[in-house]
Write a protein that binds this ligand. Structure first.
Ligand code: CMP
Length: 501
């Protein structure tokens, strides 16, 4: 009985010492002494030492002794870590070891103690049991896969130290908050709204982390459109003045504003300010305040925020070389003036023909004239180039000429009323000015020199096609003039016998 009482006194004494040290450590703001495990060890010792031997079943004795020894060992380990690591590091006697490494060390020591105690006291061969049981090993290995991932990620996070307790971090998927603790398996974050977020370490390690330090400062960018008429210098002054006057904006680094881009109806500015609060919520508040204050500042400066403005300008249609429909009357008149056939025509005469002409476009490779077809229009090449192809007696074809911009073709049939003497094909995309035979009537009226020139051109080309001699060519030219006079019989007031002199 005496022994029980003295044990009780010892237990109470130890418990009082523990609680007193805890109280003192709390007052001194040093890490609190662990009390839970030591208390369990004290009271378990008291209970087991007070039990009469007759009450304890013989088989249970080694187990109870093991439980007592384990509780005492764990408590001693905790107290040892507290006095050799936690207290000295809090007093800055030596650096604080990473929490996760300390936890891991304690876990290992506890595991070794457990194995030794179970082996010595309870006579259980734990090592042999684990190593011989392949199935058990596999089951534990599989079950612990995720936990091991978290454990190793936790160690890497501690060693690599991408953040520390107290930092504000943004960890992807919109998860952000202050780091409360980094334990063996997880990282705990205090969200701005108060909730405690627990993230498995493996996720923390595999995600992108933005670290902002314990409390900012953090740079914020605000983009806003201001009037095109507001000179950038004035605009940036207004913006920085408003920012400087806001108490949420830090004065160091100073707020800055600059032109960011030209928008449709405004100039976009970037206002960069620094803020202590790193949270999204904090930014929302600051941005709201600044945007509202800028509105008032602009009003005081006699300005408003820009609204969409559209300036409409009618598009002048040029004589587009790419658009035959764009060749209006003046453009076609210009083209006629450049035509070598019509150099002797007066402006008035050209102005009569111009409205009757039209511009046509042909694709590359397209046939404009087909040999032997009937033809009653001639063409002036405005853009591109063509080739003149003659069919030979043996059925083959021969390119007799290539014509470029300004050239005339198709005139032979127009003036001789004979079938087309050759084919003409586009070598490039071509734009042509088409003049029909009937439209030339008013021009040829009273212009025998033109008739002669046209006849000469036609007979020269014919000679080239058929390799005629000079005399035959002259005879043919005369014949052609007669023929032309007949075709354009109105030329001499309906008398085909009158020849140009
Ligand atoms: P036409 O006979 O109406 O149709 C084919 C056109 O090819 C012809 O008018 C001429 O304009 C043109 N032509 C024929 N031979 C030549 C040549 N040797 N040189 C240039 N153009 C030619």
């Amino acid at each position: 009985m005496m022994a029980i009482l003295s044990n009780l006194a010892i237990a109470i004494g130890l418990q009082i010492v523990l609680l007193t040290v805890r109280l003192v450590s709390n007052r001194r703001r040093i890490p609190l002494i662990p009390v839970r495990l030591p208390s369990v060890a004290i009271w378990l010792w008291l209970i087991l030492s007070s039990l009469p031997d007759s009450l304890v079943v013989l088989r249970l004795r080694p187990w109870l002794a093991s439980a007592l020894l384990l509780s005492q060992s764990y408590a001693a380990l905790q107290l040892l870590v507290w006095c050799t690591l936690e207290v000295p590091s809090s007093l800055a006697w030596w650096p604080r070891p990473p929490k996760i490494l300390r936890d891991l060390g304690m876990l290992l020591v506890a595991a070794v103690i457990t194995v030794i105690v179970l082996q010595e006291q309870a006579k259980i061969n734990v090592v042999g049991l684990v190593t011989t049981s392949a199935i058990l090993t596999a089951v534990i290995g599989l079950a612990a896969q995720e936990s091991l991932k978290d454990l190793f990620a936790g160690i890497v996070l501690q060693v690599d130290s991408p953040f520390q307790e107290g930092d504000f971090i943004s960890a992807g998927n919109g998860i952000e908050g202050w780091v409360v603790s980094l334990t063996l398996m997880s990282t705990r974050l205090q969200h701005v709204h108060g909730a405690l977020i627990t993230m498995p370490n493996s996720k923390m390690w595999s995600t992108e982390i933005r670290r902002f330090g314990p409390r900012g400062p953090i740079a914020r960018e605000i983009h806003l459109n201001l009037d095109l008429d507001l000179p950038p210098e004035k605009a940036t002054t207004v913006l920085t003045q408003v920012a400087r006057a806001n108490p949420l904006v830090l004065s160091d680094p100073e707020p800055t504003a600059f032109v960011y881009a030209y928008a449709d109806h405004a100039i976009t500015y970037e206002l960069e300010v620094w803020q202590e609060d790193p949270t999204d919520n904090g930014f929302d508040v600051l941005r709201g305040q600044l945007l509202a204050q800028i509105w008032y500042a602009l009003e005081r400066a006699g300005r408003t925020l820009p609204y969409p403005v559209r300036e409409l300008r009618p598009k002048a249609r040029p004589a587009a070389i790419d658009d035959p429909a764009g060749y209006d009357l003046p453009s076609r008149l210009d083209l006629l003036r450049q035509n070598v056939l019509f150099t002797h025509l007066s402006s008035g005469q050209l102005e009569k023909i111009a409205p009757l002409t039209r511009c046509l476009r042909y694709a590359v490779g397209e046939s404009i004239i087909v040999e032997d077809d009937r033809g009653d229009a001639l063409f002036q090449l405005v853009r591109g180039s063509v080739e003149v192809i003659k069919r030979m007696g043996d059925g083959s074809t021969k390119t007799v000429a290539q014509l470029g911009v300004g050239a005339i073709f198709g005139e032979m049939s127009v003036f001789s009323d004979l079938p087309r003497s050759a084919s003409v094909r586009a070598l490039q995309e071509c734009v042509l000015l088409e003049v029909e035979r009937d439209d030339l009537r008013p021009v040829l009226e009273g212009n025998p020199r033109l008739v002669e020139e046209l006849a000469l051109l036609v007979s020269e080309r014919r000679a080239q096609l058929t390799s005629l001699s000079q005399e035959v060519r002259q005879a043919q030219t005369n014949q052609l003039i007669d023929q032309m006079l007949k075709i354009f019989s109105t030329l001499t007031g309906g008398n085909p016998d009158v020849r140009p002199g």
